[in-house]
Design a protein around this ligand. Sequence first.
Ligand code: FES
Length: 578
Amino acid sequence: MASDKKKTVLRSANWFGTRDKNGFMYRSWMKNQGIPEHHFEGKPVIGICNTWSELTPCNAHFRKIAEHVKKGVIEAGGVPVEFPVFSNGESNLRPTAMFTRNLAAMDTEEAIRGNPLDAVVLLVGCDKTTPALLMGAASCNLPTIVVTGGPMLNGKHKGKDVGSGTLVWQAHEEYKAGNISLHEFLSAEASMSRSAGTCNTMGTASTMACMAESLGTSLPHNAAIPAVDSRRYVLAHLSGMRIVDMVHEDLTLSKVLTKEAFINAIRTNAAIGGSTNAVIHLKAIAGRIGVDLDLDDWKEGREVPTLVNLQPSGKYLMEEFYYAGGLPAVLCRLGESGALNKDCLTVNGKTIGENVEDAPCYDDDVIRPLDNPLVENGGICILRGNLAPRGAVLKPSAASPELMNHRGRAVVFENFEHYKSRVVDPDLDIDETCVMVLKNCGPKGYPGMAEVGNMGLPPKVLKKGVKDMVRISDARMSGTAFGTVVLHTAPEAMEFGPLAAVQDGDMIHLDAHNGVLHLEVSDEEIAARLENLKSNQIIANTSGYEAMYRNHVMQADEGCDFDFLVGCRGSEVPPHSH
Ligand code: FES
């Protein structure tokens, strides 16, 4: 339904609205695309910010989605203009797509602010593209709506459903052992990823899609509609129509991204069994819009039950999640439990409570009822102590209950290369009661904070049939990973956080129930060890983007944004000097 309101002064009029030399130049060059004169006469100009790239396979179908957004924009009386921004795809980009998240956010922010746009539609999908574009858009604060590319269809291999990533290790092991042929190995690759879209487990991409919807920045159902389902394209069309109304209503991003909306997202993350990466990304987005989101705010979600029975915490995949009712069904149940701030405004102009009221659930095994959750207290656990003065995180729904309170002897890996060479050593003094400690994989230590925190167990322990051990690092882990894994320890080892001081044989106590991570070494001894490390520090000699990254990236508890990018700088821009 189109809005009756009409915005009289459009931002784009600063470019196209003057009948002088400047207006001539702005319009003339745009007209080389076949844009007629009447499109410059008071119609909202809608930017479609596209992370399409054939090198980001999860987003490779976005040109088609953009076409449907355009149809909606035109139908509602706007002028769509599609533009590309840096596309950081998780599967190909080295050293990690997180390394360039802030680069994509910078690109997005400057592209939005510097161009004649009244509002933007963000086309996002693969893990880092969602936070990057929301961060950039938040710093501009125009009316903004998120359209996600949607998950892949379920993988189908030998008659069974397979989730993105789940077949990789299994197929590789079987191929190495000679149990399957090369042909079978290659066909497993094709079976796992058989349609357009993002990873179909509740990994980071699906988590961030759910975060965007629970924050109120997308239309209901945006998170889960499969990429190839025609309803995905209908949603894109409707989003295109809606963004035009948002211009007339002056419904800017800051009216949606409130502190209460972030608390909704934190609780939603618990209910979906979402990725720990959301802790970093939500903080970074909040920082851009001026919302003070602290690591301790995650305690708001600690006791929320995990309802969504999706891999890696559970059984099903995103296709079943959509068919069962998708995120509106989850939010409806959160609302019934009192865990949803129902008054938060969303991009469709309604509150989130109105959007999900009576949202049906069609399968109580996929989306569990409140009285039969997958995990009782599913929210991400925030840990503090002398080993993590600025915090660390643990995902209870991925952890072993018996290890949530564990005291063990540290076995230390100084960096990921050291881990890889040492963990396979048959003489390594380690057993399942030990605590594996990995250093120098934080934001600066391994630029981009690699997803290696769920380091594989030593072969000699695996041979005993042991499936889990306590692992602690300053790294991240993939949203699809599993285990009693303490991540994001801050400050990181490279910044001489106490993690850097841990030595083989030190005793460590993890008490996740009480949020404590304690190194049983005196403060004086920790300080002395750190002083010794500082005196032997070797400064990495870097240049290019990596130099900027190392100089400005903040710690995990601060969202790993660049220090100079925090904040909302608005959409004002000096005039062009033609
Ligand atoms: Fe892109 Fe998983 S690799 S969503």
